[in-house]
Design a protein around this ligand. Structure first.
Ligand SMILES: Cc1ncc(COP(=O)(O)O)c(C=O)c1O
Length: 417
C-alpha cells in the first residue's frame, strides 16, 4: 500500500474552502469494503477512522447492503417524515427488545433528523422546556456538533459563542476538588439563573479518547438529581458499541435523562439520529420539534438489521472488550519503548488515543500513517491526540497490520518531525 494523489482538481476548483478531511487524505476514494478503502488508482488503505465513528461496522457490510437494496427495490417508503411505517415500527420494537429492555431503560425514542448535532439541539431544547432554564454545564474537550447551540456547548470549538455554557475540566482521575467544582457549577447561575442541563460524553471522543471514571459519572447523576438539572449523555460517537457496551456509560450509574445516539446507529453510514428520553421527561408537545428528514426508512431498515445481528446477544460487546484490551496493551508497550517520542495512551474498547506533547507530532504520525496506507486522524486539544477508531468487525490480521503501520509511523517520529 502507498499513498497517491489522484485527480482532485474538481474539489479544489469547485468546493468550498471548508472541506477538511480530504486535505488530510488527498486522494479520491473509489470503493470500500469492511476496513479497506481503495482509491481511484487502485491504492489500498486500511481505515482506522471509520467515518469519524459513523462506520463502526465497517464499509458496506454485505448484510446491511442487502437489507438496503431489498428495501429500495420493494416499493416501500424511503422518506416518511414522522408518519407510521412498518420499518419504523420494526426499529422501535428491535431497539426496545435488544437495547432498552435488557438494560431496564424506560425511555421513548425521538427521531430528530439526520445528524448528531440535531439530536444535541433537540436534547438542549427539551431540557430547557423541562426546567425553564437555558444554561448548560459541559466539559472541556467535549464536542457536540456544529449548529450554533451544539457548538455553544462544545468546548473544543474555541472560537464559538459559549455564553450559555459553563465548562468543567476533564480529569482522568477526578478527586474531591473536582466533585466540589461539579457541585458549584450546577449551583452557580449562568447569566441570571442556575443551569438547566448538563451534557457529557461519558467517553470523550474528539476530546482525545478520554473516559470519565464510573465513580465520577455516578456523582454526576447524583448531583444532577439533587439540583434538578437534566442530564444529557452524548453517545453519538462512543455509543453503539464503540467502547464495548452499546452505551459507553454502561455500568457507571450515569443513568442519563436523555441520550443522543447517531453516527453508527444505521450501521451502513446512513444518516440517522435519535434521542432516547426518559418516559416521564418526554414533555414535547406534538410537532414542537420537527425536521424533514426524520423518516429515513432506508436507515431504519439497516439499523434494525444491525441491532438484530449484533445486539441480541453479548458476543460483540465481549469481543470488543477483549480485543480492545489487547489494543490498549500494545499501545502501552509502544509508549514504553526507549526511543519513541513520549505519548500517553487513553481509551476503551475500540476507541483509543495516543496523546503527544505537541500537535505537530500527532499530525506527523497521521501524515506518515497515510503514506503507508493507514487512515487515522488527530483530535483533542491542539490536535495532540492520534485517535484510533477501527471497525468493530475488523479481522485480527488487519487489526495487527494497522497497529504495525501505526507503530512504524510513531517510531519514525523519533528521527525528527
Ligand atoms: C460526540 C459527538 N456529538 C455530536 C457530534 C455531531 O454529529 P454530526 O456531525 O452528525 O452533527 C459528533 C460528531 O463528531 C460527536 O462526535
Amino acid at each position: 500500500m502507498a499513498a497517491d494523489q489522484g485527480d482532485i482538481s474538481a474539489f479544489e476548483e469547485l468546493e468550498s474552502n471548508v472541506r477538511y478531511y480530504c486535505r488530510r487524505w488527498p486522494t479520491v476514494f473509489a470503493s470500500a469494503a469492511g476496513s479497506r478503502l481503495v482509491s481511484e488508482d487502485g491504492t489500498r488503505y486500511l481505515d482506522f477512522f471509520s467515518g469519524a465513528g459513523a462506520l463502526s461496522y465497517g464499509h458496506n457490510a454485505p448484510f446491511l447492503v442487502e437489507a438496503a437494496v431489498d428495501h429500495l427495490r420493494s416499493g416501500r417508503l424511503i422518506h416518511s417524515l414522522d408518519t407510521h411505517t412498518p420499518e419504523k415500527a420494526a426499529l422501535l420494537r428491535t431497539l426496545q427488545r435488544c437495547v432498552l429492555s435488557p438494560r431496564g431503560m424506560d425511555m421513548v425514542v425521538q427521531f430528530v433528523g439526520p445528524t448528531g448535532a440535531t439530536a444535541v439541539e433537540a436534547a438542549l431544547q427539551l431540557a430547557e422546556r423541562i426546567t425553564g432554564r437555558r444554561g448548560v454545564v459541559a466539559f472541556e474537550g467535549g464536542f457536540h456538533g456544529m449548529t450554533a447551540r451544539a457548538a455553544s456547548v462544545s468546548h473544543s470549538l474555541g472560537d464559538r459563542d459559549h455564553s450559555g455554557a459553563r465548562f468543567l475540566p476533564y480529569r482522568s482521575q477526578p478527586d474531591e476538588r473536582d466533585l466540589q467544582l461539579l457541585k458549584s457549577a450546577l449551583e452557580r447561575p449562568i447569566g441570571d439563573e442556575r443551569p438547566g442541563a448538563l451534557i457529557i460524553e461519558p467517553v470523550q471522543a474528539e476530546g482525545g479518547a478520554r473516559p470519565f471514571t464510573a465513580a465520577y459519572l455516578a456523582e454526576v447523576r447524583r448531583l444532577c438529581t439533587d439540583h434538578e438539572v437534566v442530564l444529557i449523555a452524548d453517545e453519538i460517537q462512543a455509543g453503539v458499541g464503540r467502547t464495548g457496551p452499546f452505551f459507553s456509560s454502561e455500568g457507571s450509574g450515569l443513568d442519563p435523562d436523555i441520550i443522543c445516539v447517531s453516527k453508527s446507529l444505521s450501521g451502513l453510514g446512513l444518516p440517522l439520529a435519535v434521542n432516547l428520553i426518559r418516559r416521564d421527561l418526554d414533555r414535547w408537545a406534538p410537532g414542537e420539534f420537527t425536521g424533514t428528514f426524520r423518516g429515513n426508512n432506508l436507515a431504519f431498515v439497516t439499523a434494525t438489521a444491525l441491532l438484530e445481528r449484533y445486539w441480541g446477544n453479548g458476543e460483540l460487546e465481549s469481543s470488543t472488550g477483549r480485543r480492545g484490551q489487547h489494543v490498549g496493551a500494545l499501545l502501552g508497550h509502544l509508549a514504553a519503548e526507549d526511543d519513541v517520542l513520549p505519548f500517553s495512551v487513553s481509551g476503551r474498547g475500540f476507541l483509543w488515543g495516543l496523546t503527544f506533547e505537541d500537535g505537530r507530532a500527532a499530525t506527523a504520525v497521521v501524515v506518515a500513517a497515510f503514506r503507508s496506507g493507514l487512515i487515522v486522524e488527530a483530535c483533542g486539544a491542539g490536535d495532540r491526540t492520534v485517535k484510533l477508531l477501527p471497525s468493530l468487525l475488523i479481522d485480527d490480521e488487519d487489526l495487527e497490520l494497522g497497529l504495525d503501520l501505526l507503530a512504524t509511523a510513531v517510531r519514525g517520529l523519533s528521527e525528527g518531525y
